[in-house]
Design a protein around this ligand. Sequence first.
Ligand SMILES: Cc1cc2nc3c(=O)[nH]c(=O)nc-3n(C[C@H](O)[C@H](O)[C@H](O)COP(=O)(O)OP(=O)(O)OC[C@H]3O[C@@H](n4cnc5c(N)ncnc54)[C@H](O)[C@@H]3O)c2cc1C
Length: 459
Amino acid sequence: MIFDQNFKRLKVIKETIDLEKLNINKKSFVAYWMSSNQRVNCNYSLNESLKLAKKLKVMHKTFFIYNPRHYNSLSRHHEFMLNGLKEVNNHLNTLGHQLYFYNYSDSLIKSILKDCVCLVVDSTYTNRSKKYQKNILDNLNFNIYSVDNLYLPVERVSDKQEYSAATFRKKYYKELEHELHIHKFEIPLLLKEVDSIKIENNFTEIINKEINYLKNDEFIDKKVINISGPISAEKEIDSFIDNDFDSYEENSNNPEYIKNSTISKFLHYGQITATQVISKLNKNISLEHPFLEQLLIRRELAYNFTFYNDNYNNYKSLPSWALNSLEKHLKDKREYIYKLNDFEFAKTHDKYWNTAQIQLLTTGYIHGYMRMYWGKKILEWTPGYRDGIEIALYLNNKYQLDGRNPNSYVGVLWCFGLHDRAWRERNVYGKIRYMNDNGLRRKFDIERYVDFFNQRELF
Ligand SMILES: Cc1cc2nc3c(=O)[nH]c(=O)nc-3n(C[C@H](O)[C@H](O)[C@H](O)COP(=O)(O)OP(=O)(O)OC[C@H]3O[C@@H](n4cnc5c(N)ncnc54)[C@H](O)[C@@H]3O)c2cc1C
């Protein structure tokens, strides 16, 4: 092994042959299968893969496998991702490399990895993606490694599911020794030191064809126009740091304005990573800063949860106090009960909830505070908590640009008690934390939020 495994960033998936004994010829190459880290800069997986190619003195190949039928996804997701990948390819081109792009098929992987001697993949954090990756990798006969790109690798912080942010934070801070060790995480770009394999690959043409195909798709959701890609991600975070970072604590919970970073969609596709965001902040920033609490503690706690809990997408993973309490209140009379369709097309009696849903349908984003209100009301207005979780996850993952992320599951389950504590018992909610519209009116000029989004037409 040539890697330093101390930091638990790199994991051996299989190592059938000692690296020193590999049978290498002129056609041999090392490959990086890019999936959840769709960028060049600060990409630990790409870097490990290049290190390996350099050490073995072989060529390198970076590739992406596209699944147009990825579950519950809309054109907005595909377009966001495909445009981002164009940028990744352009960036690689400037450094003498390219991104090979393939449509998924069962027989594909063996043919594109002919002559590959080692493969590096991105770590996966949910059993759905673990299974998908495993099915493919099980049939391959060479050495395979996976690389964790979180700020602190999930297995480095804890070897089990953490009960709450408090228990997770304690371990996280200990690992960082109360300092942001950013210099530890900076990585060199080795692309110029390694040759790329060269095969005909009309990347732009292939990807434009996929995008045009989306435009003919009956599910096209034209209103969601979002600029994507690693360059846009950096611009978004730069603008946030210049304009809104200093007032984050004061303003980030106020849905009247969008004063948050809005980088969750870029983080989800790996067009930017927390490490890059942190490297842009003042080095003296305290770990306890509320923005770092969200970006590091809350976000990486979500990865801890989905990584260690196979029931990450259903009620079975709720803590027992929450589950018992929700069960006890299952038969409580609900003032309103809505079906999926009523929620989906913003047809509830509550204009604040409807506005959040309209924001979601038309922009692919709901303000963080309103996401909590949105989820809590789904709990309140469905016949039972199991239906509530299903509906909230379905809508969240279908329409949020940052959906289908560990944060999506934890965000929804938080509304049903995950990573929270018991509160005063009440109807329907039991001991789950309650939210109501009076709170919105008391805290904000919530009518401004309504006026802004309610004028938008739905599809
Ligand atoms: C019901 C519900 C559903 C949610 N669904 C998603 C989802 O699908 N995808 C998603 O990324 N987040 C989700 N969240 C968490 C959070 O609301 C969003 O990450 C945040 O609002 C994204 O906006 P931002 O990038 O402007 O955040 P900022 O406030 O600027 O925060 C910066 C980053 O910190 C992280 N972060 C912020 N708040 C949280 C939080 N509460 N938990 C974990 N990480 C956080 C995100 O990565 C975010 O991009 C959900 C929360 C709830 C209550």
